[in-house]
Design a protein around this ligand. Structure first.
Ligand SMILES: Cc1cc2nc3c(=O)[nH]c(=O)nc-3n(C[C@H](O)[C@H](O)[C@H](O)COP(=O)(O)OP(=O)(O)OC[C@H]3O[C@@H](n4cnc5c(N)ncnc54)[C@H](O)[C@@H]3O)c2cc1C
Length: 381
């Protein structure tokens, strides 16, 4: 059993961390105020190969593993979890197209998406269906040329910002087998967007409703096979959950690093606060929890890479464990900064706000428990 990163993996981590330190960290607070991430950042990210991290090399991607991917998201989120998580969604879409799309769709979409000249969003959630995603109502009726989509998608990261949307829509009966994944390009007639959502965290990411009113797309925009869209959407989520967990891990690590430095400088009762044993125990507990989270996450990523039978369960367990650990640690770090932790200048309150949503999206942490419990009951039978 070898838990060490390879030289290549360490280099990938360092490259992502360096890019984040130079290009993201100095701007993260401003982008949050602006409510958007400048589009010209993305081609720079694309140049590093991070637009198609686990897209196959034949399709022009980096062909990296899921484990490699978690390293990239952990490293980038040390600078800003919101920017890193946005990249994860684009990657999830590119990987879906690579894995399930026709050659024609790959040739059409990936040459722009991999270098991140174009950005992709993932549209599953609706105002009336989130956790129960298979109850979605957006319909895609057959036309002579392809499909006509009508419905509303809620909470879409990149809504009104991205160049194309992978929309899960109903082409058949109720239930998961009646759902197909269809690409809707920006500018399609009938496509419009709601107002910018005013959010607690992830504020640099534009989140809007995506509305479709008889949005006509050609048959070539069907991703993979009709009626398989829900399966594709769920397949994308195993890896998406690892990435979100990695974003919690990296940002919590950044909070802990900042806290260690701060505790050496801040004085109270005639000594630096790192001399209080009660606080030393707290930093030790955080280190232990963070390292446990890191190991657990990497093991889940390995299980997904290896196609292990229990990979879905492991991804769900890791997502739940790591996102909750990350939030707990960030909150403790804020506490150890005292009042300064509550001020935006110190960057900790942003981490607390950004990480909170990781317990809600890519499947809530209640749904993660549901997946784990179901797998346990299946195994018992
Ligand atoms: C900032 C942000 C960005 C997002 N980006 C995207 C995106 O890009 N694309 C996209 O498709 N979606 C996106 N989402 C949506 C997100 O995936 C959903 O919010 C999430 O799946 C939960 O759905 P819901 O909000 O409808 O909550 P609900 O499903 O209504 O859940 C409400 C509560 O009930 C609990 N619950 C529900 N069912 C069960 C059950 N069976 N057992 C126990 N508890 C249960 C939930 O855990 C939760 O606590 C985003 C959300 C946010 C906040």
């Amino acid at each position: 059993m070898d838990f060490a990163l390879t030289e290549e993996q360490s280099a990938i981590f360092d490259m992502a961390k360096g890019f984040g330190t130079d290009r993201i960290a100095p701007n993260a607070a401003q982008w949050e105020k602006d409510g958007t991430i400048p589009r010209d950042l993305w081609p720079e990210v694309g140049e590093l190969g991070f637009g198609g991290i686990y897209v196959s090399e034949e399709a022009g991607g980096a062909g990296l593993s899921r484990l490699d991917g978690t390293l990239i998201f952990e490293a980038l989120s040390q600078s800003c979890a919101s920017v890193a998580a946005f990249l994860s969604i684009h990657n999830m879409c590119c990987a879906m197209i690579d894995k399930f799309g026709s050659d024609e769709m790959k040739d059409r979409v990936l040459p722009g998406a991999l270098p991140m000249q174009t950005i992709l969003s993932y549209c599953l959630t609706e105002p009336g269906s989130g956790s129960d995603a298979a109850a979605l109502k957006t319909k895609a009726d057959r036309t002579n040329e392809g499909f006509s989509l009508t419905g509303t998608k809620a909470f879409i990261s990149g809504g009104g910002y991205s160049d194309a949307y992978i929309v899960m829509a109903r082409t058949g009966d109720g239930g998961p087998r009646g759902i197909s994944a269809i690409l809707v390009e920006d500018g399609t007639e009938g496509l419009s967007f709601g107002g910018l959502e005013d959010k607690m965290g992830w504020r640099s990411q534009p989140t809007r409703q995506v509305q479709m009113d008889e949005c006509r797309v050609p048959a070539a925009n069907l991703l993979g096979e009709e009626g398989h869209g829900f399966k594709y959407a769920m397949a994308g989520l195993d890896g998406g959950r690892l990435n979100i967990a990695a974003c919690s891990l990296g940002a919590a690590q950044a909070a802990l690093n900042a806290t260690l430095a701060y505790m050496g400088e801040r004085k109270a009762f005639g000594q630096s606060i790192d001399q209080f044993q009660a606080l030393q125990f707290r930093i030790a507990d955080m280190e232990i929890e963070l390292e446990a989270a890191r190991t657990f996450l990497r093991q889940a990523a390995w299980a997904l890479d290896e196609g292990q039978a229990d990979a879905t369960k492991r991804c769900a367990m890791a997502k739940k464990f790591v996102t909750e650990a990350g939030s707990r640690i960030a909150d403790q770090c804020l506490q150890l900064h005292g009042g300064y932790g509550y001020l935006a200048d110190y960057g900790i309150e942003k981490i607390v706000r950004d990480l909170r949503v990781h317990q809600i999206l890519e499947g809530t942490n209640e749904i993660m428990r549901l997946i784990v419990a179901r797998k346990m009951l299946e195994a018992r039978a």
